[in-house]
Ligand binder design. Structure first.
Ligand SMILES: Cc1cc2nc3c(=O)[nH]c(=O)nc-3n(C[C@H](O)[C@H](O)[C@H](O)COP(=O)(O)OP(=O)(O)OC[C@H]3O[C@@H](n4cnc5c(N)ncnc54)[C@H](O)[C@@H]3O)c2cc1C
Length: 570
């Protein structure tokens, strides 16, 4: 078996992984591992932009990091850890300027300043953008810088499992997708940057690779999942395909209409209207449809026609293309049919209460980006804050670990023993999948996605959640007997999809379980049977562990103290 050894390993080549990699480059012996070529990571699909209080003036008022932090905490329905939010918002202007100096082509005002657009839940137009292809611009910028600075990449290597010695992380086992071989990577520091897991749902804006592999591997190694009941449903995904229609479309002035021609946001957010936070707009749309005011009982209209051809072509060219190609609608002439769809995972790999941001309970294991729960988004993320989070904490973790220095190496015989044990487990698993006669993973995956969509969606009830919990437990049992019919491991995507499902099904189960436990409504988690927020009992983070008799929940306090917890109105 091939064995590689590095000072630090980063799993994931999206914005968070690449930004961390860059920080270590030329200092430590570092490698970035990714199951796809870096620029195919989901970060490249980000459209609307990245938030930073650049200190610009709007109607005579100056934007500040504190204002940004306040909007973020309020948007999170007060579940975000306030010190982490403050740190992120203070770093934000530096991050945007740094991207710019690396060559990121931000859209600009006539004066030459970086342009900023209004976004949902923000008290200021503070979202910097590159047209409606911001993620693409930033990801390519970081990829170029990484190549230039000599970062070592292992592309198309799939993280399967982590291994531990003496209670500390020691390495991980990957599958080299092309050769079909297991390869071991040893390292005292591992940073998981494996992105979101929206694909546990049937309908999602996420890339098909967003399957939560880092969350699953960490969970099997005993690291809890945190706040996974908080799933962001983006209000405007294209009806039929659920491709994202960026919030930037509303930021540029788009209106939402029901079939009676009413701008229905007036009812729920009379001030913010279409630019209320995503959880509120998604619920408003869902309510219009449920109460019979949607088109074809399924969607509402996002109208951009009044913006004019010039603005649409300049600011929203990608949205126009997507609407024409996938819905046959040119937004210059007609409104776009939209409906809510899964978009972002606020929860993720649990981190410690104290210590450095991104550190997990397993010494040596860190996490950044969408797979982590640090928690800067709490119960609801504001648009434009996720791209920001990736770069802020990517850079931070690099600096922090270099400051800490490399730990003493564990004995190589211990590492070898742990490595062999991990390999044997995987070999046994693969063999059983080849011999089993149960359902194929795709069937189990479809049932999992359908139950989450139906029962763990925008509106949740005790009855539906119990149903999904039962379904997911029985799917877990069926998964033990799943089959992979082809034994040849080279480019075996049947095998890859099954490995992904192994991770997804744990996350799906935890999501439904935590949603049932949380008997209140907060941010994106809305229980029609408990429609109010209950700070007395539930102003806490959920930490989910796998116990002997199934899933267990522990709670962790929310870090408050900067902004007062209040009712949320827009
Ligand atoms: C359509 C869309 C539009 C968005 N628009 C915006 C926006 O405008 N503004 C904003 O702030 N946020 C936006 N977001 C959210 C934001 O883009 C993401 O949260 C963020 O880019 C995630 O970055 P990441 O580095 O954590 O992960 P990703 O970019 O998803 O990268 C994950 C990496 O992990 C690797 N990986 C995963 N599993 C394995 C494995 N088993 N083995 C090896 N490698 C693995 C992948 O290959 C990939 O390189 C958008 C999201 C979507 C889906």
């Amino acid at each position: 078996m091939r064995v590689e050894e590095f000072d630090v390993l980063i799993i994931g080549a999206g914005l968070s992984g690449l930004r961390a990699g860059l920080e270590f480059s030329k200092k430590w012996n570092i490698a970035v591992i990714s199951k796809v070529y870096p620029v195919r990571s989901h970060s490249g699909a980000a459209q609307g932009g990245i938030n930073a209080a650049l200190g610009n003036l709007d109607e005579g008022k100056e934007d500040t990091p504190k204002g940004h932090a306040f909007d973020t905490v309020k948007g999170s329905d007060y579940l975000a850890d306030q010190d982490v939010v403050m740190f992120m918002c203070k770093e934000a202007p530096k991050i945007v300027v740094e991207f710019e100096s690396m060559g990121a082509p931000f859209s600009r005002l006539k004066s030459g300043l970086i342009a900023q657009r209004p976004f949902g839940g923000a008290g200021f137009p503070r979202t910097c953008y590159a047209g409606d292809r911001t993620g693409h611009a930033l990801l390519h910028t970081l990829n170029e810088q990484s190549v230039r600075n000599g970062v070592t990449f292992f592309d198309e290597y799939f993280l399967v499992d982590l291994f531990i010695t003496e209670g500390k992380i020691a390495g991980l086992i990957t599958l080299d997708i092309a050769k079909g071989e297991l390869v071991s990577f040893r390292s005292p520091y591992i940073i998981l940057a494996t992105g979101g897991f929206g694909r546990i749902f049937e309908y999602s804006t996420n890339a098909v690779i967003n399957t939560g592999d880092g969350v699953g591997a960490a969970f099997r190694a005993g690291v809890p999942m945190q706040d996974v009941e908080f799933v962001q449903f983006h209000p405007t995904t294209l009806y039929g395909t659920n491709i994202l229609i960026t919030e930037g479309a509303r930021g540029e002035g788009g209106y939402l209409f029901n079939k009676n021609g009413e701008r229905f946001m007036e009812k729920t957010a009379p001030k913010a209207m279409e630019l209320a936070p995503r959880d509120i707009v998604a619920r408003a749309i869902e309510t219009e449809v449920i109460e019979g005011r949607g088109f074809e009982d399924a969607y509402v209209h996002l109208d951009l026609t009044h913006l004019g051809a010039e603005k649409i072509k300049e600011r929203l060219p990608g949205i126009r293309e997507i609407s024409i190609y996938f819905a046959g609608v040119d937004p210059i002439e007609k409104p776009i049919p939209v409906q809510p769809g899964q978009h972002y995972s606020m929860g993720g790999i649990g981190t410690k209460f104290d210590g450095d941001y991104g550190e997990t309970d397993l010494p040596g294991l860190y996490t950044i980006g969408e797979c982590s729960c640090l928690s800067v988004h709490g119960a609801n993320r504001l648009g434009g804050n996720s791209l920001l989070e990736t770069a802020v904490f990517g850079r931070y973790i690099g600096r922090k670990l270099i400051e800490k220095g490399l730990p003493n190496k564990p004995s190589s015989s211990d590492v070898q023993a742990a490595e062999e044990k991990a390999i044997n487990n995987i070999e046994r698993l693969f063999k059983s999948w080849n011999e089993n006669a149960g359902k194929k993973s795709v069937e189990i995956r479809n049932e999992m996605g359908a139950t989450l969509n139906k029962n763990v969606g925008v509106y949740r009830t005790d009855k539906d959640l119990k149903k999904s919990n039962t379904t997911l437990q029985s799917l877990q049992k069926e998964f033990l007997n799943t089959q992979v019919s082809t034994e040849d491991r080279r480019f075996n995507y049947g095998l890859i999809r099954t490995l992904e499902l192994r991770n997804m099904i744990d996350i799906a189960e935890a999501t439904a379980y935590a949603s049932l436990w949380r008997k209140e409504s907060r941010g994106a988690h809305f229980r029609t049977d408990y429609p109010s927020r209950n700070d007395n009992d539930y102003l806490v983070h959920t930490m989910i562990y796998r116990g002997k008799n199934g899933l267990e929940i522990r709670t962790k306090p929310v870090k408050l103290g900067i902004f007062e917890v209040k009712e949320r109105k827009y």
